[in-house]
Design a protein around this ligand. Sequence first.
Ligand SMILES: Nc1ncnc2c1ncn2[C@@H]1O[C@H](COP(=O)(O)OP(=O)(O)OP(=O)(O)O)[C@@H](O)[C@H]1O
Length: 327
Amino acid sequence: MLKVDITSFSYDDFPVLKDVIFKIKRGEHVSIIGESGCGKSTLLKIIYGLLHVEKGEVFWEDTQVMGPNYNLVPGEPYMKYLSQDFDLMPFITVSENVSQFLSVFEPEELKKRTAELLEMIEMTPFANTKVKNLSGGQQQRVALARVLAQEPKVLLLDEPFGHIDNFRKNSLRRNLFAYLKKQGITVLTATHDHNDILPYADRIIVLKDNSIIADGTPENVYQNPKEIYVASLFGEASLIPIQLIKPYAELSKSILVYPQEFKVSDSSGLKVWVKHSYFKGSHYMVEGKMNENDVVYFNSNKVLKPETEVFLNVSIETINLRLKDNN
Ligand SMILES: Nc1ncnc2c1ncn2[C@@H]1O[C@H](COP(=O)(O)OP(=O)(O)OP(=O)(O)O)[C@@H](O)[C@H]1O
């Protein structure tokens, strides 16, 4: 088990983390999500032992991770950290970069493991290419394989797909997370892209204003967003007063509604004026106005012209779901 207990961490006088406390089970995949600058990379660096925490501690099983004040070369052998700047050897080949940490005393095994890892990152055709001649996305993939070759028990990934194009991203994500599960590696991924998380993480931890504001399964965090900040990490969401969608309701509460949860009607519901339709491939996401100040986002099968008046409805199931969990 990885135990993280950070009472507070600051860069000089600039506070970044406060009461960040959680445990990760062996083999669990956890994602840290939050807006840029909320402290995701800082948290990974503390866990890896690159930064010294005055008030707090990190344990893997019974071993305490000692920070830079205690370790001459920070970092633990059982843990690997893949940072946003890939730590590669530019003048040697992809294959050599990956196999550098494998045992030369077992040449057959070395060849097999290198080939396996290159296949996983879909870089087999580039095995003999020098790393300096690769694109940023290709280098990021090699960095991943190089870290995995070191067989960590705990893997810390900082925006692991940030440089990789959408064309490759989906298959790479599937291959990588299936591989990590199979190997029983404990994974903590920092990202702001919900596509990195929802299908692959066992758990999501949301950071905001230095602290954890949500911690649960992807389904739970998505379905019961405690506030608009959480919902908006998954796309546009609108805060709607219940009385506007169900006028007979005597509740003064508001609920968060995702664009696909609205049904568009010509005749009854919450009246909105269309501002803009954004083509999303399978549908349009429409930005509308409920009144002078409040904007609402909803999906439509067809493009809606600006200033068109439409009515929005939300199912009673969605309303009850949001009310139940936010009580
Ligand atoms: N070495 C440093 N010295 C001083 N402040 C820093 C340092 N590194 C990061 N910060 C500040 O600490 C805060 C958290 O930064 P951090 O890199 O952990 O955020 P992040 O959530 O990983 O952001 P991103 O998603 O953009 O990578 C930011 O406000 C950043 O400017």
